[in-house]
Design a protein around this ligand. Structure first.
Ligand SMILES: Nc1ncnc2c1ncn2[C@@H]1O[C@H](COP(=O)(O)OP(=O)(O)OP(=O)(O)O)[C@@H](O)[C@H]1O
Length: 776
């Protein structure tokens, strides 16, 4: 059964009309019974309904089709309304069955049958319920309580709502029929030309069902409405009081018609308050109820106009799109289950269906990612305490974000292109955020290197990276993108790495070299300087994130190890200048790799990085004003790798071989650094604050050896501050070292260090400072 069920009941031809010529000419013709379609012969217009009942269909059939299915819904808490509409004398009262005292039980109407079913249903389903009845009529726009014998006065109507009518509690069918009978006797009935016992009022018989379900209680009502018949004064011949009744009846019916028109047109305004009948039926004639209309018509040709009018009304009702909802739920239960009952309403109050906001996966994903973001924020603060565990939790957060994004990807396909576009943008930003977070985390780790458990960290980072790569591929595959930015960077880094490793060198290594060099974009300005005879070694620090800007993590690591960057490094220029001193020292998780690449002449780039050339050299150049062309072999790029977890940080050093010693001599006569550089034919700027604690580095020294030398030099000659810059050396240990040096002289070998640290701490010191014992 539909939410709105419309049935047509054609009254059988009365025996009195059987010999009437006109009576044989029917105004309606049933074209088909399945689906039920009827033709208005005069108009040549067809109407389709849910059911068409003819004289062959008895009361039981109509009950079974139009009312019986509703009993279940009423028990579940849905309001239901059954009403009979039609011309006077067409059998509305007969169908609704306001009179239970019929001789033939087959003639019993819908009300007694419904009452019988209600009690039977309770018994069968073992439901704990309470049944109440009310019976009112609207006569001449006044409301009468048909269950009040003693008082024949109309009820008080406030705000178009009747007040004070009785609701009788009934426990069985017998009690119920008693009240039905009582009410029926109190109805306003009068004889007209068309109906000897014409109902002069609209009657509403209501059955209220309160049912206790497990955990909640529903209360719904079933209205059975016998509308007064629309009548034509010409046919009824009404005069005086019955004429007034007819006018009021027709007015009420007209208003019902307008309400139905508004509902079927989906109009925002429904004129319930134009008449008392529509006002009283407001909570029944709306889209939140099950509605069953039985349109009663006469098949006589003489009644064609009224019949077609009824057909039109019925077809309007059929257009109403109803969406029934549970009527009432006990508040506490509702409170406990807000989601389950978000669409429920309280009985008696006009209900506005809540406009459920469209739930976009973007929001969903945003909500799902909330823990990720908050987790990220939290974890960034607590990294120092437990790097491994925080990285793990960060990884878990990333996973949750990934799953949210993956789920949204599926949902996206069902959404409009605009929303898809929006979501796609959001996904991008989320991936970017995740990448940034990962990088930030890496920085944190690098900052506080080394970590106690590298293998754990490596596994975690690898996992996160794989997952990020997966999302990138999921997201970017839609955009036909090749790889994520992080993947690109990684692959670029891998290229350099493989090139740097001599074992991996291939015959076309020159091409690789070019690619690598191009990928890291050596600045044009640097080449220009060389052309201007600047014989200077320049260091480029290239991070996996920004090719023209070294990662802070690397800078900080270098700073901590070599102490050549002051904590308050302010300007970018200063940073670069200081970084340039860091020379070619690179370190990693016990694996240090270097590569030397000859940079071809003419390598160009749009990078904005200013080469940090010492002022003295620039002045010297200014004096000479000489220019020198750049030879292919002059410029050397040294690349070294810092490997942290699964991510490689690239540190590259660009060296320009000195060609013109004379120019340098002029400009850098008193410069120790330049002297050293001249010796080795390479300008070496070492990683010491002012070049004072310069450690001589032979050309064949591996960066690891050089680094070990620097650390050892710091240990044997460094002051308190310099010592504290070393990993695993705090103020206490620094003082111990200084005391040792005062008493026993400079530190010479491992045994001295072991004596200072103790055998256990010594191992940790070596590990944390990336030292190799055999080099000490
Ligand atoms: N389907 C039917 N089968 C047998 N008798 C019917 C049928 N329909 C109506 N009747 C008879 O027609 C007469 C008028 O019916 P009824 O009073 O129900 O009409 P009505 O539409 O309620 O008229 P009104 O609007 O004036 O009250 C009654 O005597 C009723 O028994």
């Amino acid at each position: 059964m539909d939410f709105v069920n419309v049935a047509l009941r054609i009254k059988p031809i009365h025996k009195n009309y059987l010999f009437d010529e006109n009576a044989n000419t029917s105004c309606l013709k049933i074209i088909s019974k399945e689906p039920p379609v009827v033709l208005a012969v005069d108009r040549l217009k067809t109407y389709d309904f849910d059911n068409i009942f003819t004289e062959e269909d008895n009361q039981e059939t109509i009950y079974n089709e139009c009312v019986k299915p509703l009993i279940k819904y009423v028990k579940e808490g849905y309001n239901c309304t059954v009403f009979a509409y039609g011309q006077t004398g067409t059998g509305k009262t007969y169908t609704i069955g306001t009179d239970p005292q019929v001789k033939d039980q087959n003639q019993l109407g819908l009300i007694p049958r419904t009452l019988n079913e209600v009690f039977e249903y309770n018994q069968n389903e073992n439901l704990e319920s309470e049944i109440l009845l009310s019976f009112i009529e609207i006569y001449k726009e006044k409301v009468y309580d048909l269950l009040q014998n003693e008082n024949n006065q109309p009820l008080l109507v406030k705000g178009m709502k009747a007040e004070g009518f009785r609701k009788e509690k009934v426990f069985n069918f017998r009690d119920a029929t008693h009240f039905l009978n009582m009410g029926n006797k109190n109805r306003h009935i009068a004889g007209t030309k068309q109906n000897a016992q014409s109902s002069r009022s609209h009657a509403i018989f209501s059955i209220y069902c309160k049912v206790k379900h497990s955990g909640h209680e529903t209360c719904a009502k079933l209205n059975l409405v016998d509308l007064a018949g629309c009548e034509s004064v010409r046919k009824t011949g009404n005069k005086g009081s019955t004429f007034d009744e007819g006018v009021n009846i027709n007015k009420g019916l007209l208003c019902i018609g307008q309400v139905m028109t508004a509902l079927s047109d989906n109009s925002s305004y429904v004129p319930y308050r134009q008449s008392i009948i529509t006002s009283i039926l407001q909570d029944s004639l709306n889209k939140n109820n099950f509605v069953s209309l039985i349109a009663c018509v006469s098949n006589y040709q003489d009644d064609t106009t009224e019949t077609i009018q009824t057909l039109e009304f019925a077809s309007r009702v059929k257009k109403v799109k109803s969406r029934p909802e549970v009527n009432k739920v006990v508040s506490q239960y509702k409170k406990d289950n807000p989601i389950l009952f978000q669409n429920t309403r309280t009985a008696g109050t006009p209900f506005k269906r809540p406009q459920t906001p469209m739930r976009t996966p973007a929001k969903h994903s945003r909500m799902a990612l909330m823990p990720l973001l908050s987790n990220k924020e939290q974890s960034s603060g607590s990294i120092a305490s437990d790097q491994s565990s925080s990285l793990k939790s960060f990884g878990t957060s990333v996973m949750s974000g990934i799953s949210a994004i993956s789920s949204t990807s599926d949902v996206q396909q069902t959404l409009s292109p605009v929303i898809q576009k929006y979501m796609s943008k959001m996904e991008d930003s989320l991936i970017k955020k995740m990448e940034d977070s990962l990088m930030k985390k890496m920085e944190e780790i690098a900052k506080s290197t080394p970590c106690a458990n590298w293998s754990d960290l490596q596994t975690e980072v690898r996992k996160i990276k794989t997952e990020i790569a997966q999302i990138s591929s999921v997201t970017l595959s839609r955009k036909k993108a090749t790889s994520s930015p992080i993947e690109e960077r990684m692959s670029r880094a891998k290229k350099v790495l493989s090139y740097g490793n001599s074992a991996n060198k291939t015959p076309d290594s020159d091409n690789t070299k070019d690619q690598v060099v191009n990928s890291f974009k050596v600045p044009d300005k640097l080449i220009d300087r060389k052309r201007n005879n600047v014989n200077v070694r320049h260091t480029l620090s290239i991070s996996p994130i920004e090719p023209d800007q070294p990662r802070r993590s690397i800078r900080l690591s270098i700073k901590r190890l070599h102490g050549d960057i002051e904590p308050g490094d302010v300007t970018q220029k200063d940073k670069r200048r200081r970084l340039s001193k860091n020379g070619d020292i690179a370190f990693a998780n016990g694996n240090l790799m270097t590569s030397q690449i000859n940079v071809r002449k003419g390598v160009s780039d749009s990078s904005v990085c200013q080469p940090p050339v010492r002022r003295s050299i620039r002045l010297a150049l200014k004096k000479t004003g000489e220019e020198e062309s750049l030879e292919e072999e002059d410029l050397t790029l040294e690349s070294s790798y810092l490997k942290i977890g699964g991510t490689s940080f690239l540190e590259s050093t660009l060296k320009l071989k000195i060609k013109d010693n004379e120019i340098l001599q002029k400009g850098k006569k008193k410069n120790d650094t330049c002297k050293d550089a001249n010796k080795n034919n390479v300008l070496n700027v070492k990683a010491t604050p002012a070049g004072k604690r310069l450690v001589k580095k032979s050309k064949n020294d591996s960066p690891y050896t050089a680094h070990t030398k620097v650390v050892f030099k710091s240990l044997s000659e460094g002051g308190q501050k310099e010592l504290e810059r070393l990993h695993y050396v705090g103020s206490k240990t620094a003082q111990q070292i200084l005391s040792f040096r005062t008493v026993k002289g400079p530190i010479k070998n491992i045994s001295d260090l072991k004596e200072i640290f103790g055998p256990k701490k010594f191992n940790t010191f070596v590990k944390k400072n990336f030292l190799k014992i055999e080099l000490l």
